[in-house]
Design a protein around this ligand. Structure first.
Ligand SMILES: [Zn+2]
Length: 385
């Protein structure tokens, strides 16, 4: 648990050390604007509570060498959970989001959220036993969910691709000894990419999560943008083809009907005698220059590029991060995708923004979920606008 008031001197010092990692007491005094004796007494408390330690001396131009105070990433922990249509995954991380325990299980009946949550609570207990981590050192558990998420009221409002509505996570708070947080999967991933992934240095990014559906997470000036009804970023459902294929959302021609992983595999299976169920099989066929696979990939990239062009025109971001399993094969298609995106136009060219495959790969959304309680504890800005 975590009960330090972030506006107190102790809270400010801890937050500073969390961000800067190590400082001398004089540095801390200068940064926070409090006296050195106040710093010393608060640092002593933080040492007793296990958050920081004294770790050697800084160089000095004369006189006594100042002692360095360091933040301890293993002083507290958080759980991240990813629930998707087929699998649930639970990880335990330290404050640097290093994974200490990692388990996944197949979901048989997605609609039975009660038994899924029960199972997760058992895994949480096992994880703490296995790692010998005291439950009191866990800041919370964050869930990454596909769909529209009301994070303040802990409700998954609707998840079209998994066919569920109004999951109230407050009902499950008593399964855990620490606070529970929820966030949309693409938003969680965007957050993780921003804090520890490829986009660490920049503040505007759009994360595109390509899976059975297609979702996006939008970060503007370092803050997650969610909009009035929490559904900003449902760009998978913007119209790519007027009167096109019927989508699960009830509309026609949505981007995800043409640019999700499912769209790619479905098109290939329609045109080919060889059938594939996994992306890996599809890219194996690309490797051996299967003509149908090449044609489908080319079509697919056209569709993906069209949506990305729209995103660029709307947001003009520093970064677009491509996530989901397909990002693991970006060596095969990234150049071609860029050629299609930066096709001649009057507005932007190759230098204007960067397109990257996710660096955190399959961990991006789950680490983003684990980051939710950590952010809350350390008040790393309020990341929703
Ligand atoms: Zn749709």
């Amino acid at each position: 648990m975590f009960d330090i008031d972030q506006n107190s001197n102790k809270g400010k010092i801890l937050n500073l050390l969390y961000r800067k990692r190590e400082l001398t007491k004089l540095d801390i005094s200068n940064e926070i604007g409090v006296s050195v004796p106040t710093v010393i007494s608060n640092v002593n408390e933080l040492i007793r509570e296990g958050f920081v330690e004294e770790s050697g001396v800084a160089s000095s131009t004369g006189g006594r060498k100042p002692i360095i105070v360091s933040f301890i990433p293993n002083s507290r922990y958080a759980f991240g959970v990813d629930i998707n249509p087929y699998m649930a995954r639970v990880v335990l991380t330290n404050l640097d989001l290093e994974i200490k325990y990692d388990v996944e299980f197949l979901i048989e009946e997605l609609k039975d959220i009660k038994s899924i949550m029960k199972r997760i609570s058992l895994i949480v207990k096992e994880a703490l036993e296995f790692t010998k981590i005291d439950e009191k050192k866990v800041l919370g558990i964050g869930f990454s969910l596909q769909g529209t998420v009301d994070e303040e009221n802990l409700v998954l409002k609707r998840a079209i691709n998994i066919g569920v509505k109004d999951w109230d996570f407050k009902l499950f708070e008593n399964l855990f000894q620490f606070p529970l947080f929820i966030e949309n999967e693409a938003n969680a991933a965007a957050l993780a990419e921003l804090k520890i992934g490829i986009a660490k240095e920049e503040r505007n990014l759009v994360y595109i999560s390509v899976s059975s559906g297609l979702g996006t997470g939008i970060v503007i000036e370092g803050q997650l943008y969610k909009g009035k009804n929490k559904r900003a970023g449902e760009m998978g459902h913007m119209t790519l083809v007027p009167h096109g294929k019927l989508c699960r959302c009830g509309r026609k021609g949505c981007w995800e009907m043409y640019a999700s992983q499912k769209a790619l595999l479905d098109e290939f299976n329609e045109l080919s005698d060889v059938k594939v169920t996994k992306l890996e099989q599809f890219f194996n066929l690309i490797m051996i220059k299967n003509k149908v696979a090449e044609k489908c990939l080319n079509n697919y990239l056209n569709n993906l590029a069209s949506g990305i062009q729209n995103i660029v025109l709307i947001f003009d971001p520093h970064y677009i991060v491509l996530g989901g399993e397909i990002s693991g094969y970006s060596d095969v298609y990234l150049d071609s995708l860029k050629d299609k995106i930066f096709d001649e136009n009057e507005f932007y060219n190759r230098g204007d923004f960067k397109l990257f495959p996710s660096r955190l790969k399959r961990n991006s959304s789950i680490l983003g979920a684990a980051l939710l309680p950590i952010q809350k504890a350390f008040l790393i800005e309020q990341d929703v606008i």
